[in-house]
Every structure is written in structure tokens, then in C-alpha cells.
Design a protein around this ligand. Structure first.
Ligand code: ZN
Length: 193
């Protein structure tokens, strides 16, 4: 990837001013919000957030995405430099329509992994290799990754970006997402605390 050829623009937010980049991966559209000058830096704070319209924009309490996004932008916005990736991986890659179908199954008793599998998908269809391509184009060789999800660390490391520190992102559960968070911990090996 050559990030200098991507569309980019100044992006003032309530968390500070970023430079926003858009890029594509097949039919998926991704964004990167870059704070400050990250070129050729080590240990760059990075959050990889997967798009979740229901949680990010509509205030859903079925998941923890909205609060995670808010905390991550606040954290990166307060640093001299850092990047938040906003990847078009709606519903862990199954899309919005299928995510609501999976919610319907969860209302009938499935957990989030069982629901995705009943619909014929893997529990998690996401791949983070393109993030490594973006980072390498900026000369970023190592990151401090804000995540509870170990598979993000593995994907970046495999593609040549070292994760020198993991910054946990702890959001207290609510009564609607406690079971969802428990499933993420037990079946998807997310690390909480
Ligand atoms: Zn969500």
C-alpha cells in the first residue's frame, strides 16, 4: 500500500484534530484517523476498531463497541501521535443484515459464536493484515496496541509490525452485554483484566 496515494483530509473532532484516510479492501471500506506525525516512529499507540453501527452510532448496549471507540479516541487524541483504524468489518465481518439475524438467534438463546455459526459463518471473519500494510507505508515498525483481542496482535506480528505493548481496554459490563463479554472471554480468548 502507498498511503500517499490515498484520499486524506483534515478531520477535526471533539477528541482533537486528526488526518483521516480512506482505503479499500475488496468491497470493504476502511478509515484511519492519524494523530500527529507518525512517520518512522516506534511504539505508536494504535487502536483497531471494527465498525459497529448499532454500538458506535445508535447507542446499543448489546455490545461494548461504542464505549470502546469513545475511550480509544479520547486516549489517542490526548497523545502526541497515534492512529485509530476504523475498519468496515460490521458484525465481525458478516455485515449489518446478518448481525441482526444473529441478534435474533441470540434472543432465542444462542451465544454470539453459536449464532454466527448457525448462520454459516465463522465466529470471527476479520483479518488485520491490511493494517500492517498501512503502518509499514508510514515507516511504523512497532506499536502499542490498545486491545483485548490477541488475534490482532498475531496478525500484525505475522505481517512485520511488532507489538511492543498491549494496552488493555476495560469497559465495565452492563446487564445487556455481560453474557456477550463472557462469551468473548471464554470462546474468543479475549483478555479482560
Ligand atoms: Zn458492537
Amino acid at each position: 500500500m502507498d498511503t500517499s496515494k490515498l484520499p486524506s483530509a483534515s478531520f477535526p473532532t471533539k477528541y482533537g484534530t486528526f488526518c483521516i484516510y480512506a482505503f479499500k479492501e475488496g468491497r470493504m471500506e476502511h478509515l484511519a484517523l492519524v494523530k500527529g506525525d507518525v512517520c518512522d516512529k516506534d511504539d505508536v499507540p494504535v487502536r483497531i476498531h471494527s465498525q459497529c453501527i448499532t454500538g458506535d452510532a445508535l447507542g446499543s448496549l448489546r455490545c461494548d463497541c461504542g464505549v470502546q471507540l469513545d475511550h480509544s479516541l479520547e486516549y489517542i487524541g490526548a497523545q502526541d501521535y497515534g492512529i485509530l483504524f476504523y475498519l468496515g468489518h460490521e458484525g465481525r465481518g458478516i455485515g449489518l443484515f446478518n448481525k441482526i439475524k444473529a441478534y435474533e438467534l441470540q434472543d432465542k438463546g444462542d451465544d454470539t459464536v453459536e449464532a454466527n455459526e448457525r448462520l454459516g459463518f465463522e465466529s470471527d471473519m476479520r483479518d488485520y493484515g491490511i493494517v500492517a500494510d498501512f503502518l509499514i507505508s508510514f515507516g511504523v515498525r512497532s506499536v502499542h496496541l490498545i486491545t483485548n483481542n490477541p488475534s490482532k496482535l498475531d496478525d500484525l506480528t505475522r505481517k512485520g509490525v511488532a507489538v511492543t505493548q498491549r494496552i488493555p481496554l476495560i469497559v465495565p459490563p452492563n446487564k445487556f452485554n455481560a453474557f456477550y463479554l463472557q462469551t468473548k472471554r471464554e470462546k474468543m480468548h479475549h483478555i479482560f483484566g
